[in-house]
Design a protein around this ligand. Structure first.
Ligand SMILES: Cc1cc2nc3c(=O)[nH]c(=O)nc-3n(C[C@H](O)[C@H](O)[C@H](O)COP(=O)(O)OP(=O)(O)OC[C@H]3O[C@@H](n4cnc5c(N)ncnc54)[C@H](O)[C@@H]3O)c2cc1C
Length: 480
């Protein structure tokens, strides 16, 4: 009997972190025939794309929509058999809650044509109600003023772009509350290229900020800035884990990587219970954990350790309040800093936003999600115990929606807490990422991915993770 030629097993890759970044990188590697193990610290996979059960409904506990600026998420959904579930939200739009004369807030509809609060068209009648006539005239100068050297600045914040083109009131009363509510960040801290990828190029082409935003909105296939999945975004990560398991990947929940070290042949990864070896690793955790894990192999990246970001607490309420059927504040409310009567930074009226969820919840039942934790001005609301947060959420929801919601209306509720989950791509982000990539490039069989490098948001994270996973697969194939 002739002996068959011994075939070397495909190089083994260990992915550290089972959020959407780690899962997408793992998918590229298994698709290329690599043997993949994914280690996830928590009991479930998905990271910020997770579900939770309330009142018999499975709701999104983290991300609940995606940007339609590219086909990234629909393409992944199609690959996973979820393509038919893509839905656009109710077009009624959101509201803003801004400080009034006495410090208490006042609700205004958010102009619908914008992006992160930046208005595409200053003739929108709602804009004058929000910022006044003089500030609207100032905002209109954006279409006339030459761009000058603004876009040539290497380091440019979103706040600086908005202030220079449309004036301080648009920044203070529109963009800051939206960015604060959505990204838990101050627009003056955010790198414009990470906050709105492609905006600089669009401004160069259209010679104004408003025209650039309008063109970006028009280019989105859905005609809206965001879309979601019927049944929730968490299906994306559950389908990914199922597909990975089917394709032979080994998925280990509740197993945090504690140490990562180089060996003569590759890598060794230590968890609380064992040590694994691998030809290659993908580090797909949050930023501070990644920097710690890479401390001995790529010490240079310590200098670019990401800043700690504010903790966020999400209070979800399922309430039986038929007056909310009228969706008094559209799809939800973004709250400016410094309003005296509300501590939440945003409220999503999920059953008003997603018709499929309203149908699932049933008549008169509503799902509200309030987020707490600006991290600024000593605001530590996000750290309060659950029951205190629940009563603040009921108060804030009543004020923001203009409808009394009492404890007896609550059918179910919970609090989900996120730490290090919304990293800020602050000024100089691109240079920091380039330095980290350059330092890691010298290490054979190493890739790093995740929101702390790619930028927050599913499109950026998925694109980056897929690119990095595919690049590593190619290098392993080439024996590099
Ligand atoms: C509340 C919330 C709402 C959001 N809403 C939206 C939205 O509507 N639309 C949108 O586009 N984006 C949204 N985002 C952002 C988006 O969800 C994230 O940018 C993206 O999911 C980040 O994915 P990630 O894999 O990089 O990180 P994570 O999801 O943070 O995954 C990292 C994983 O690594 C694990 N880990 C950490 N340490 C270790 C270790 N030592 N060993 C093993 N595993 C470890 C963690 O447990 C986690 O599962 C939201 C985020 C949050 C928090």
């Amino acid at each position: 009997m002739s002996r068959g030629k011994q075939v070397d097993p495909a190089p083994a890759v260990v992915v550290l972190g089972g959020g959407i970044a780690g899962l997408c990188a793992a998918r590229e590697l298994t698709a290329a025939g690599r043997r993949v193990t994914v280690l996830e610290a928590s009991a479930t996979f998905g990271g910020s794309v997770a579900g939770h059960e309330l009142a018999g409904l499975t709701l999104d506990a983290g991300a609940e929509s995606f940007s339609t600026r590219s086909d990234t998420v629909p393409a992944l959904a199609r690959e996973l058999g979820l393509g038919a579930l893509v839905r656009t939200p109710n077009p009624t739009g959101a509201w803003l809650y801004l400080p009034g004369q006495d410090g208490r807030g006042q609700a205004f509809p958010l102009p619908a044509s914008g992006l992160l609060g930046i208005p595409a068209d200053v003739r929108d009648p709602g804009l004058t109600a929000l910022i006044g006539r003089a500030a609207t005239v100032r905002a209109g100068l954006d279409r006339a003023l030459p761009l000058g050297g603004l876009l040539n600045q290497e380091q440019l914040s979103l706040g600086a772009v908005v202030r220079a083109r449309m004036g301080a009131e648009v920044l203070k009363r529109l963009v800051a509350p939206v960015v604060g509510g959505v990204l838990s960040a101050d627009p003056d801290d955010l790198d414009v290229d990470a906050a709105v990828p492609g905006l600089r190029a669009m401004m160069r082409r259209h010679r104004s900020l408003g025209a650039a935003v309008g063109a970006m909105r028009a280019a989105a296939p859905a005609g809206t800035a965001v879309a979601g999945l019927e049944g929730g975004m968490h299906q994306l990560t559950s389908a990914l884990t199922q597909r990975l398991e089917r394709d032979g990947a080994a998925l280990h929940p509740s197993e945090a990587a504690r140490n990562l070290a180089r060996t003569p042949e590759g890598w060794s990864i230590t968890t609380s219970s064992r040590t694994l070896t691998a030809d290659a690793v993908v580090v797909a955790t949050d930023g501070p954990t990644a920097v710690d894990l890479l401390a001995s192999t790529v010490p240079r990246i310590q200098e670019d350790r990401p800043a700690v970001v504010p903790a966020v607490a999400l209070v979800s309420l399922v309430v039986d309040v038929p007056q909310l059927d009228a969706a008094p504040r559209g799809t939800g409310v973004l709250v400016a800093r410094n309003v005296a009567d509300v501590r939440a930074k945003a409220l999503t009226h999920a059953t008003a936003k997603w018709p499929w969820l309203a149908a699932a919840a049933g008549p008169g039942n509503h799902v509200l999600r309030l987020s707490f934790g600006r991290g600024a001005d000593g605001d530590d609301t996000a750290r309060l115990p659950d029951d205190e947060l629940q009563s603040i959420a009921l108060h804030d929801a009543s004020v923001l929606l203009g409808v009394d919601i009492s404890p007896s209306d609550v059918v179910d509720w919970d609090v989900v807490r996120w730490t290090n989950a919304l990293p800020h791509a602050t000024l100089g982000h691109r240079d920091r990422v380039a330095r980290i990539r350059a330092a890691a490039a010298n290490e054979r069989g190493l890739e790093i991915t995740g929101a702390w490098l790619a930028g927050t948001g599913l499109v950026s994270v998925i694109d980056n993770a897929r690119d990095r996973g595919a690049a590593l697969a190619r290098r392993l194939l080439a024996g590099r």
